[in-house]
Design a protein around this ligand. Structure first.
Ligand code: CO
Length: 174
């Protein structure tokens, strides 16, 4: 396992469309191990393979546990290959940051609940139902697979602001 360099918004590779995962062999497992380690080291709550320069449809998301909060979506590692939003409900605007654009957050409208289908590391079909921050993180990561950063989804540049305190980033960096 290794912490990999996270590509930044001004690098072309982060804007390329990722390809479908077809080989569920050991190299995929090695890629995911690196992605998880890189996400945790950043720290961030999600990462897409193109962010470390690998143009494959793989995402990882892990929301930190909050003391006293019994949210089953938290403290669980989600690894999804070939993810796709198959259902979405509602809309909510919330702050969002990105590991490829450190120091900035923007208010982005996302569906408040989604069902995402995809495959696990072995290629088995999986389905994840998510709401709130997990739903936001999944939508953000799936955008990365289309080469899209959250800045593209801002209604106007006024919705983007510079973070003042570095510690604010952790919960928002996806
Ligand atoms: Co991001």
């Amino acid at each position: 396992m290794a912490v990999r360099r996270i590509l930044q918004a001004d690098e072309m590779a982060v804007h390329q469309k990722a390809k479908k995962v077809k080989d569920f062999g050991p190299s995929l497992k090695a890629l995911v191990d690196d992605m998880v380690e890189t996400m945790r080291a950043a720290p961030g709550i999600g990462l897409a393979a193109p962010q470390i320069g690998v143009p494959l449809r793989v995402i990882v998301v892990e929301l930190p546990q909050v003391e006293g909060e019994e949210d089953p979506q938290r403290g669980k590692l989600f690894v999804i290959c070939n993810p796709e939003v198959v259902k979405s409900w509602g809309e909510e605007e919330g702050d969002e940051g990105c590991l490829s654009l450190p120091g900035y957050v923007g208010e982005v409208k996302r569906a408040s609940r989604v069902t995402v289908k995809g495959q696990d590391l072995k290629g088995k079909k999986i389905r994840v139902k998510a709401q709130g921050l997990l739903a936001r993180a999944l939508q953000h990561e799936i955008d990365h697979l289309h080469g899209m950063l959250f800045t593209t989804r801002l209604e106007s540049i006024d919705k983007l602001r510079r973070l003042e305190k570095a510690e604010e980033e952790a919960e928002l960096a996806i």
